[in-house]
Design a protein around this ligand. Structure first.
Ligand code: PLP
Length: 394
């Protein structure tokens, strides 16, 4: 059957080949250490599950979630309290994950041919979401020597674009813009006509002295130009619940609501109840902090060990749960029968020789690097890094 041109232009990720092979090996009983996960390894906290169970038992199973309005207000309250971003409940939409919020925002904002600026390395789905909306991704290179951060100049030089997507803390680099850096970006944005989609899904996972700030809070002119996206997957360890949200100008959120009314309808009642507990329970801060502290330990340890491996350099992660080391000095070598020419063949060689699954950086727009998630135990981190060290040298 002939497929639409729309879907034909969406690429299948090269990373899937490595992930598929890793799964095949695991299924065959091989001891693969996987650093590929994009989700926390913790279970959803019990108080959140209990709220969802109670909602199900109370019959909250209809099209409209009983707590839908309350959840939107809870998001608005959280934004005011924690982020200094002030919106009304009708400027918030709850979606099927942060991913869906970004997709819907692109659908209602992008016209055919519109340019969307994406700092590169980028989260894999951004360019495809832009293309699916008929837009053209324009990449702003952010190199390791600059800590994977773009400069205000790059924004000013990129004239003619409609939207800028920002993601801080960042997947895949683990880098977080400091408040002054983000302020400088905001100043550049204000000299242009850009709308900003600020993906703040990793805001709670920041390390050391790092502080995550909301882009919309940086200037009083920004709330009108910013769509803030966030979700429950990372902060509350709820990836499979598929719950996220966006906040922004009323007309944009209203348009997303119209789109969603024909596309998915609203998120489920028991999921909303879980989300409401996550945002309002007095138990939440301690639970979130415990997970953050654990990620902080793991990230520092993983980066230190990566930097001790021959020919590997890793920028210290200040947020999210990823290390994104440069491994390009190994290009040209043959390891385990695989000639290493790029991040994909590097990942293949590591999987075949020492059974460590990594994600090739090419999928994120940076072929010199690979991504390792530290959403796994310290024990697994050491086991995988022992193997990498043995294969690549110290
Ligand atoms: N944004 C970034 C940068 C992500 O890494 C992810 C998930 O990996 C998402 C958005 C979407 O998260 P979810 O749809 O699970 O809420």
């Amino acid at each position: 059957m002939e497929l639409s041109q729309r879907i034909e232009q969406v690429g299948t990720s090269a990373t899937l080949a490595v992930a598929r092979r890793a799964k095949q090996m695991k299924d065959a009983g091989e001891d693969v250490v996987a650093f590929a996960a994009g989700e926390p390894d913790f279970d959803t906290p019990a108080f959140i599950k209990d709220a969802a169970k109670a909602a199900l038992d109370a019959g909250d199973t209809k099209y409209t979630a009983r707590g839908a309005e309350k959840l939107k207000q809870a998001v608005a309250d959280k934004l005011a309290r924690e982020n200094n971003v002030h919106v009304a409940g009708d400027q918030v939409i709850c979606t099927f994950g942060g991913k869906h919020a970004i997709y819907a925002a692109m659908q209602v904002l992008v016209n055919p041919g519109d340019k969307v600026l994406i700092p590169s390395p980028y989260w894999v789905s951004y360019p495809e979401m832009v293309r699916l909306a008929g837009g053209e991704p324009v990449f702003l290179p952010a190199r390791a020597k600059d800590d994977f951060k773009i400069t205000p100049r790059q924004i000013l030089d990129a004239g003619g674009a409609k939207i800028l997507i920002l993601n801080s803390p960042c997947n895949p680099t683990g880098v977080t813009y400091s408040p002054p850096e983000l302020q400088a970006i905001a100043a550049a944005v204000l000299q242009t006509g850009l709308t900003v989609l600020s993906d703040e899904i990793y805001e709670k996972l920041v390390y050391g002295q790092t502080r995550a700030v909301s882009f919309a809070a940086l200037d009083q002119a920004l709330p009108e130009r910013t769509i803030t996206v966030n979700g429950f997957a990372k902060t509350f360890s709820m990836p499979g619940w598929r719950l996220g949200w966006a906040a922004g100008p009323k007309n944009v959120i209203g348009a997303m609501r119209r789109l969603m009314s024909h596309e998915t309808s609203d998120v489920a009642g028991f999921v909303v109840a879980g989300g409401l507990a996550a945002l309002t329970s007095p138990q939440a801060p301690a639970v979130i902090e415990a997970m953050r502290v654990e990620f902080e330990k793991r990230g520092a340890h993983m980066a230190e060990r990566l930097n001790a491996i021959s020919g590997v350099t890793c920028v210290q992660p200040t947020g999210a749960f990823y290390c994104f080391p440069d491994i390009s000095s190994h290009f040209g070598r043959t390891i385990g029968g695989v000639k290493i020419a790029d991040s994909l063949t590097f990942a293949q060689a590591m999987l075949e020789t020492c059974k460590v699954a990594l994600v090739p950086g090419g999928a994120f727009g940076e072929d010199a690097c690979v991504r390792l998630s530290f959403a796994t135990s310290l024990q697994q981190i050491d086991k995988g890094l022992d193997r990498l060290e043995k294969t690549l040298g110290r």
